[in-house]
Design a protein around this ligand. Structure first.
Ligand SMILES: [Cu+2]
Length: 121
C-alpha cells in the first residue's frame, strides 16, 4: 500500500511537471513582433535639419517612411529623381518602397545641405 502511494506521488508530480513544461513552451512562443532583421518597414526621422540615420541599409522590397519631427517644413527628394515627397510639415510623413538594389541618395530641396542615403541590398 505504501509503495502504491509513492508511485501515485511520482505520477502526479510527473504530470504536474509536464503541464508546467507545456505552459512554458507555449508562453515562449508569443513574440512581440517579427525579428528586427525581418522587418519590411524602416523609418528615417527628420529633426534638427538632418536625416537620422543619415545612411540606412535595407533589403530590397522595403518601404522606408520619413517622418518630419522638426518644427520647420522639409521634403525628401531623390538626387536621381527616383522619388520626391511633397513638403512635409511637422509630424507629416512620406513613404517609398525600394524594390531594386542600389544606393539612393536624397536631399531636402528646401535645405539642400540636408542629405541622406538609402542603400538597398
Ligand atoms: Cu529641409
Amino acid at each position: 500500500m505504501r509503495n502504491l502511494l509513492v508511485l501515485s506521488t511520482i505520477i502526479v508530480s510527473g504530470m504536474f511537471a509536464l503541464v508546467l513544461g507545456l505552459y512554458a513552451a507555449t508562453a515562449g512562443k508569443s513574440p512581440a513582433g517579427p525579428p528586427a532583421d525581418q522587418r519590411d518597414e524602416y523609418g528615417v526621422k527628420i529633426d534638427n535639419f538632418s536625416f537620422t540615420p543619415a545612411s540606412l541599409t535595407v533589403p530590397a522590397g522595403t518601404t522606408v517612411t520619413w517622418v518630419n519631427r522638426d518644427d520647420v517644413p522639409h521634403n525628401v527628394v531623390s538626387t536621381e529623381k527616383k522619388f520626391k515627397s511633397p513638403t512635409l510639415d511637422t509630424d507629416e510623413q512620406f513613404s517609398y518602397k525600394f524594390t531594386d538594389p542600389g544606393a539612393y541618395e536624397y536631399f531636402c530641396s528646401i535645405h539642400p545641405k540636408m542629405t541622406g542615403k538609402i542603400v538597398v541590398q
